[in-house]
Design a binder for this molecule. Structure first.
Ligand code: GTP
Length: 212
């Protein structure tokens, strides 16, 4: 899934990026098994909307906001693929209705920690997200299991519903920013991915076209 909120308003976004460059600029990867809601979470953060179906395009978004008075720019890659070296922080998503997706998150944590510099492995900013909380009647992974995994791996944990709630999704990314603060990310890294970046509006345009 490819999209980039920056290209919706390049001029203002570039101005923002420059203004924010002395604050925090971090690369974030949203990873997890198929259909757990990675795009739903990302689009919810960016647009406050849940659009239901998200297609199958690789996605990179750039999003700026203020956390505790600090300007933060997150380059967010919603990805099927393993983007460990590019990333400063990780949002690992599973569905509370899908145990295999929970096991995948557990394995991803081990792989990320072993791939990142071993000196800082314990401090890699990782947030675990149990999504689809609204489907609690179909739950197969308990909240306690999520919390325990986070405790054992020194990660943060949230249960959310991208379908129902913007605020809890916002908390996920704020939680990650808290973790990133320790990493002192003040230097802006170039994305070098312009070739695959498209406008966020393309996601909605495609949906409109499909509905005719
Ligand atoms: N009920 C419910 N459905 C959700 C939620 N989040 C996502 N979905 C649905 O789950 C399906 C998959 O969502 P996506 O956001 O495309 O999942 P993804 O992880 O990006 O999927 P891939 O791109 O295939 O890896 C869609 O039908 C969404 O509408 C949620 O919080 N609750």
């Amino acid at each position: 899934k490819v999209a980039d909120a920056r290209s919706q308003n390049n001029t203002s976004s570039e101005r923002h990026n420059t203004a924010f460059s002395l604050n925090m600029d971090a690369n974030i990867v949203v990873m997890g098994m198929e259909s757990v809601g990675k795009s739903a979470l990302t689009v919810r953060l960016l647009t406050r909307r849940f659009i239901g179906e998200y297609g199958d395009i690789e996605s990179i978004y750039s999003h700026s906001f203020i956390v505790d008075g600090r300007a933060v720019t997150l380059n967010i890659w919603d990805s099927h693929y393993f983007q460990v070296r590019w990333a400063d922080g990780f949002v690992l998503v599973y569905s509370i209705c899908d145990r295999a997706s929970f096991n995948t998150v557990s394995r991803l944590i081990q792989t990320i920690k072993s791939t990142k510099d071993c000196l800082s492995a314990d401090k890699v900013p990782i947030v675990i997200v149990g999504n689809k909380r609204d489907l609690h009647h179909r739950r197969t992974v308990t909240s306690e299991e999520g919390r325990l995994l986070a405790l054992n791996t020194d990660c943060q944990f949230y249960e959310v519903s991208a379908a129902e709630n913007y605020h809890s999704v916002l908390m996920v990314f704020h939680g990650l920013v808290d973790r990133l603060k320790d990493a002192k990310l003040t230097t802006k890294k170039p994305l070098r991915l312009k070739g695959i970046v498209k406008s966020m509006s393309a996601v909605f345009a495609r949906r409109r076209t499909e509905s005719f």
